[in-house]
Design a protein around this ligand. Sequence first.
Ligand code: URA
Length: 491
Amino acid sequence: MQVRLEDPIDLDAFRRHARQLLAAGVPPDHVEWHDGSAPGGAADLFGEAGGDAPLPPAAGAARHPVPASFIALCADVILHRDAQRFALLYRLLWRLAHEPGLRHDPIDADMMQAQLMAKAVHRDIHKMRAFVRFTRVAGSDAEQEQAGERHVAWFEPDHRIVEANAPFFARRFAQMRWAILTPERCVEWDGQALSFRDGADRREKPPPDAGEQLWLTYYENIFNPARLKLATMRREMPRRYWHNLPEAALIQPLAEAAGARSQSMIDAPATPARRIRAPLLLNPLPGGGVAPADLGELRAAAHACRACPIGAFATQAVCGEGPLGAGHMLVGEQPGDQEDLAGRPFVGPAGQLLDRAMAQLGWARDSVYLANAVKHFKYELRGKRRIHKTAGQREAEACAHWLDSEISLVRPKALVALGATAARALLGRPVAVQAERGAWLNERGDGLPVFVTLHPSALLRLPDEQRGEAHALWLADLARAMAAPAIIEGS
Ligand code: URA
């Protein structure tokens, strides 16, 4: 019996055929499985005379329920490149139906082989997430104007994981237009939907861009010679990935110099603790500089700011947006991952929660000015993921004069602090948000009243059972802030 699957990763087609074969009582050693991925195409495999035989009629259509874990195992194993995977899975299915003890046998050779294959697929999925490196590619001016920049990466997975992994990249790089090219399958994200096409040629790999240099500089700077563990590095970053990883070229020279660098770190005298002391509210401009004349200048200057280390690793500074002279300026903590990529405040999950709350209150987002206390995204890299890290007090202080400049350029009538970082930046003192939320505070030298409430991320972090009540209280706070009767009328 020959079974031909057109698509090498079509789990539904495999299940359909396997179910029919099992119901018809066809034993595994009577079946040859083929998929459309063989070089030269399926026609060469079967020749003229060897076409698929029709399935024998189902013998009494017996039902053979299998554990859900077996279906999950099939979904992984089918992505493995081994040509015998379908034969193995059908053999297991047959045996599960005929050997009730199999599901409880932890050392069965077939089961172990399938589990090892699933593990290899998982590892490959993980490595793709960690080692895909995007390069910015220039399109025509018209294309760029219409759809923005495009990023392209070249990757060579061991297994057929592109489709399975694509949703991860779509979530992670939702705001970008990107494509991942691989020799067998390519995936593209246009900002709305994923699309797939046949594999690409290695020569389509884009040439390095300026971002690559930045990444190498970053890599070199975070390389800690005293923590070098070559065996772990080799295990986590196997050699076969190196030729597509720009940073791989740095590893050998950095590793060779690590011993000497560690020794000189040990020999060097201790660095005196540095303090960036910028008294809040006075916030002198760096180097006695001149305040930006308008928001455009503010944006450019904040973008270039390196008064603290965060700016060097962020995509861009994210200044506020909204009308000049707005009734309220709402101040958050710092841009998150999505804000950093989009260059706009409050567009990620916390921003969406704030949008929904304001819409519920009939408070138009475009009537307020939305800003952040810290202008650059601070994060920690975990694999390819950028995990938000709260800015430290020194970083917030180094950034405070940008917020002051923004307030004096926008001239809002009232300030709303979302969370502790914003409250501290606006009031110049530590603020216990839960204790001081919900009331207008008049302590600022410039006379602007400040209202303190929770940051929307605090609600997102709450367990489900606490979120409903906390959200209702937060809405009540926002309603009070929105009304701000005496403040706005009296101004
Ligand atoms: N959190 C903030 O504080 N600001 C943003 O812009 C987004 C998330």
